[in-house]
Ligand binder design. Structure first.
Ligand code: NAD
Ligand code: UDP
Length: 334
């Protein structure tokens, strides 16, 4: 990778900052573009001293000219709490952001990788989810700004590829967690770990019988990098850990691994919350020779240790979820 120049949009976020660090380790130059809406400078602190690293403060909804060999397009809030706060901005980041990166790629000859999501399958009627499944998505609900925004970004990728010959890669990322998640992220792993570490009740939305499959961040980043650099794969590829758990099981595991005295409390299930989710990763195994290596227990222990260190280095009050303004789910399911 030495001599290559790589643009990472959303590079100051959870996945983006891990990706920038990985790319710098391979020897390339990295330009991190971010509007710092959910990402932060602190995520980039360890990278700033690297002379091959550059930060550009910019919103992907506005066009920009940057010369790069490859573009990883990650810019978009990923937590339901954040992407539902300003749904129009979420749609614009997905659609105009993808359009702007594709136009840039058409101009410069760069290859573009789009960070898509398991949310393109919606509340899936096929289980586990395979790339050929078209999904079951509500186009007008509170999650639609994200789900449909990502689906349209995929459409744009394929149309720029077919119509203008742009080299594209699409990764459908399933729930990923790990050190570097923000305290105010609002997604389930960080919420539950913070609550367990503080011996506060763990908030289970609904009965907790819904399932997710959690992938550790280093596994995911390795797969994303492999996909970008693989040849002959234009269509979407699932990346995630097929180990499926109910959210209740996740909560109980976290309580046990933290040695916490926390109880479990129930909150309303958010509108359109998918009931089941597990990736079929056959394509990634066959085409990229990729499979996740980190077990849920191992990954959770590392993440717990990260949040534990964070809590002990700062006053407790600053980390209260209520103090971070984390709202209740936006809408109740009927
Ligand atoms: P994150 O919120 O931590 O990171 C998103 C980054 O994008 C932040 O740094 C934010 O400031 C930046 N950003 C948002 N809108 C922007 C805009 N308009 N212009 C420029 N920068 C902008 O989320 P993450 O977990 O790191 O997710 C990164 C990408 O991966 C997202 O596209 C997300 O949809 C996708 N993804 C993540 C997961 C996951 O489990 N982490 C799952 C599926 C898909
Ligand atoms: N969830 C929960 N408690 C929380 C946060 C989330 O029970 O404090 C549930 C949420 O309803 C969903 C699952 O955990 O069923 C995963 O939520 P997350 O926001 O992490 O990601 P999603 O997969 O829904 O995008």
């Amino acid at each position: 990778m030495t001599g290559k120049r790589i643009l990472v949009t959303g590079g100051a976020g959870f996945l983006g900052s891990h990706l920038c660090a990985h790319l710098l380790r391979t020897g390339c130059e990295v330009v991190c573009l971010d509007n710092f809406s959910t990402g932060c400078e602190q995520n980039l602190a360890r990278l700033k001293s690297d002379r091959k690293f550059e930060i550009v403060r910019h919103d992907v909804i506005d066009p920009i000219r940057i010369q790069a060999d490859q573009i990883y397009n990650l810019a978009c809030p990923a937590s339901p709490v954040h992407y539902q706060l300003n749904p129009i901005a979420t749609i614009e980041a997905n659609v105009l952001g993808a359009r702007n990166m594709l136009r840039l790629a058409a101009l410069t000859g760069a290859r573009v990788l789009q960070a898509s999501t398991s949310e393109v399958y919606g509340d899936p009627q096929m289980h586990p989810q395979v790339e050929s499944y078209w999904g079951h998505v509500n186009p007008i609900g509170p999650r639609s700004c994200y789900d449909e925004g990502k689906r349209l970004a995929e459409t744009l990728m394929m149309d720029y590829h077919r119509q203008q010959g742009v080299a594209v890669r699409i990764v459908r990322i399933f729930n990923t967690y790990g050190p570097g998640m923000a305290v105010d992220d609002g997604r389930v792993v960080s919420n539950l770990i913070l609550q367990a570490l503080r011996n506060e009740p763990l908030t289970l939305f609904g009965a907790g019988s819904q399932t997710r499959s959690f992938c550790y961040v280093t596994d995911l980043i390795e797969g994303v990098w492999k996909l970008m650099n693989a040849e002959g794969i234009d269509g979407p590829v699932n990346l995630g850990n097929p180990h499926e758990v109910t959210i209740r099981e996740l909560a109980e595991t976290i309580i046990s691994l933290c040695g916490s005295r926390s109880a479990i409390v129930h909150r309303p299930l958010p509108h359109d919350d998918p009931a089941r989710r597990r990736p079929d990763i056959t394509l990634a195994m066959e085409q990229l020779n990729w499979r996740p290596a980190v077990s849920l227990t191992e990954g959770l222990l590392k993440t717990i240790s990260y949040f534990d260190n964070l809590l002990s280095s700062q006053p407790m009050g600053e980390h209260s979820l209520a103090a971070q303004g984390i709202p209740e789910p936006l809408a109740r399911a009927d």
